[in-house]
Design a protein around this ligand. Sequence first.
Ligand SMILES: [Zn+2]
Length: 264
Amino acid sequence: MKVAKFSALFLLIVLLSCVQEPGNRLQELDNRLREEEVVLSRALILRSWALETATKIKFDKVPSAKLERLDYGRGQQYAGQYRSETEKIIFSVSIWYDLNVRLAKSLRLATPQEVAADEDFQILADHELGHALADQVSRRSDHGPWFLPEKMLELKQTEALGLHVVAEGVGIWFAQALHPSRERYSAQNFPSNPEESRFYTFEDIVHYGGYWLVRDILNKYGERGLVWLICHPLTLNGDNMRLAAVTYHERALTELAQFQRPAH
Ligand SMILES: [Zn+2]
């Protein structure tokens, strides 16, 4: 009887440890990730100061960082993503491994200054902070959150592409504020007819075309330019995207110049 009781107790302990162990490990991993997220969030604060100084556009608040697996299938992986629905910056767990290697120590043991000094992290963080800042500018100029996923689903394809182009252009402009690229950007990054569009990738149009589209507007008008971009949705017609982009670019510069307040 005693043996039976002992066996039953032993079995119960084994069963409980089997049930709890994976849970404990996940909890442990979760706690470790939280520590890494605190370091990343503090590094974001340091980058936000650098960006504010370079662009003269102020944050209302600095988004906190979250680590997630950002795998979008089809071999596409994102290193980072800003989500306006939660106002957080999501970093792919892959950057955790990369930073561990580059810093030669576990990310949770690194100082925010060490992380913020890493050049690859700077470019990625500045890009995502740019998306966050555009969302905050949109909210504080009474245009509500920018780039919500449910809003994207309501858009026509030409409107969704236009929004992607403007939004990514803005992200790249912030990423380049302190790391200017030597690459060439021009209206040629948009196809001018459906035949030509077969030779353009979505990434080319969004990244190169997007940056060209917003660069002069943001360089010249800063936050005012950003508000103009937010409240003037771009529609990219498949027949002649280049003409649509050039027209939008000219219209922005003309209107912003007309309504420019005299400098004091
Ligand atoms: Zn982006």
